[in-house]
Design a protein around this ligand. Structure first.
Ligand code: NI
Length: 490
């Protein structure tokens, strides 16, 4: 049942082709790419039926670091889902162990995992996880690509594209040859068949095998991403059955050109960025805010809000937006407001202005492509704000929104406790922080709506709290009852 849904999705994708849409057919911005052949045409996740998002987070306690791990899950690809989940849990556990005893410090250590689809066809599925870790003042990035064979139901690492150990040895030799041409800047002799040197491989559109290396793995860290494309003619004899399937599907996939994808909802019902009609100067208002989605429970949350006739503000993560545009479209159509929560949930306060602008701009574009409007509010990941974040937000026309009531739901917890914290913390003008990536949070919502409504509250979107005074780009808001002109410090 699940399998047929998954395969139907893959078949649909084969028809619509890959390499098109929002997050695809272009290299990651800000990544140094040495040569065109090492580009991979990433598949637009919105074209894959049965794909949902999973997120692991950490970061509200005073000690330790910030962590945000995002990865996809596919209906019918159990072995791949298990592998991705195990890897995410391992990464979070290792990061916790490394940062557990770290004294509170600024900037905090941070782990961030984002993903792309390097393949998604009836022959092969590949998830490329990009891990960034911030330790001791700088980011180190690494990639890992996990493969799945829909024909056998088996998952494999990138070396599963090759027919065996001898093929891997031969590939290592081919890669060393290419790297030697770059002279001394690259330590080509460090490229060995063992270890994890070949843990991130995928095919480009010509069927060449792109082998990616982590920052600092075989050259100076300042070189950034290093990758080699081994020509199809050399690599084809080395491939396993899965490798051949993956190579064929990469060659067949072409940017779709005029293939329709996301249809912007330019409907009059799309009220996303318009303030609602509630006058919070007279009504008792509260703004529920949901961060980090859309996720697996967002659809149910939208049902509950609809039943309870409540509007909310969703601060969406850009990479989730591209994966689940239908949920975003629903938010907009049902009168909720969509805000910007950055592309991959990295702490913006320790990023340069160009990276902040890139992350917010990409997310704004993704939201706009789905609902026809770009967000005017941004919630900075972890609530962390720097002067650069304020400046960039001002230039981009975005008001910054934090919260004054924290339901402390980031680790799930009990629904009753989440509801109690929301209800007890509420006061007129409150901005309540929640996360729609947790089942328990969504479970708490009916109780929150009933109890707060019983106290006379109306549920509004964040801009409604500020009424005709409006919200100013670049300013940080925490609550609707801050005194006018008073600028909170962060
Ligand atoms: Ni968040």
């Amino acid at each position: 049942m699940h399998k047929s849904r998954f395969l139907a999705g893959i078949a649909l994708l084969a028809l619509s082709a890959s390499g098109c849409g929002l997050a695809t057919a272009s290299p990651e911005r800000g990544v140094m790419v040495p040569a065109e052949p090492t580009l991979i045409d990433f598949v637009d996740p919105a074209t894959v039926v049965g794909l949902s998002m999973q997120t692991l987070t950490e970061g509200h306690s005073l000690r330790g670091g910030y962590a945000h791990i995002n990865y996809p899950e596919f209906a019918g690809a159990t072995a791949l889902n298990d592998e991705l989940r195990a890897q995410a849990e391992r990464q979070l556990r290792d990061f916790r162990a490394r940062t557990r005893n770290v004294e509170p410090m600024s900037p905090r250590p941070e782990l961030n995992v984002d993903w792309q689809l390097a393949a998604a066809s009836p022959e092969a599925v590949a998830v490329r996880l990009r891990t960034g870790e911030f330790q001791g003042g700088s980011w180190g990035n690494s990639t890992r690509t996990s493969w799945f064979d829909p024909r056998t139901g088996k998952a494999a690492g990138s070396t599963g594209l090759l027919s065996g150990k001898a093929a891997l040895e031969r590939l290592a030799a081919l890669v060393r040859e290419q790297l030697k041409e770059r002279g001394n800047e690259v330590r080509s002799d460090d490229v060995r068949a063992g270890g994890d040197a070949f843990d991130s491989m995928a095919f480009n559109r010509d069927g060449d095998l792109v082998v990616e290396f982590d920052d600092c793995q075989i050259g100076a860290c300042s070189l950034g991403r290093l990758a080699v494309a081994v020509p199809a003619g050399q690599v084809t004899p080395l491939l396993s059955a899965l490798g051949r399937q993956a190579q064929t599907s990469a060659r067949e996939a072409r940017p779709a050109g005029d293939t329709p994808h996301f249809t912007p909802a330019n409907s009059p019902d799309a009220v996303s960025n318009q303030a609602g009609s509630v006058d919070c100067a007279t009504a008792k208002c509260v703004a529920l805010t949901f961060d980090d989605g859309p996720g697996p429970y967002t659809g149910r949350l939208l049902d509950l809000l609809k039943d309870g006739q409540a509007r909310a503000t969703f601060f969406a993560v850009g990479s989730n937006v591209t994966a689940q545009p239908a949920l975003l479209r629903r938010m907009s159509m049902e009168g909720h407001l969509v805000g910007n929560h950055s592309w991959a949930h990295r702490d913006l306060s320790k990023q340069a202005s160009s990276k902040i602008a890139d992350s917010l701009g990409k997310t704004g574009d993704a939201v706009s492509a789905v609902i026809g409007q770009s967000p005017t509010l941004v919630r900075p990941p972890y609530g962390a704000v720097s002067q650069q974040v304020r400046n960039v937000s001002r230039e981009m026309g975005l008001a910054l929104v934090n919260w004054d009531v924290d339901t402390e739901d980031e680790h799930g917890g009990k629904a009753e406790d989440i509801a109690d914290r929301a209800v007890q913390g509420a006061q007129p003008g409150a901005i309540i922080l929640m996360h729609d990536i947790h089942r328990e949070t969504v479970d708490a919502v009916p109780d929150i709506l009933t109890r707060l409504r019983g106290k006379g509250y109306t549920f509004v979107t964040v801009p409604e709290l500020y009424g005709s005074a409006g919200m100013q780009a670049g300013r940080l808001y925490r609550s609707g009852n801050e005194l006018p002109g008073k600028q909170p410090l962060t």
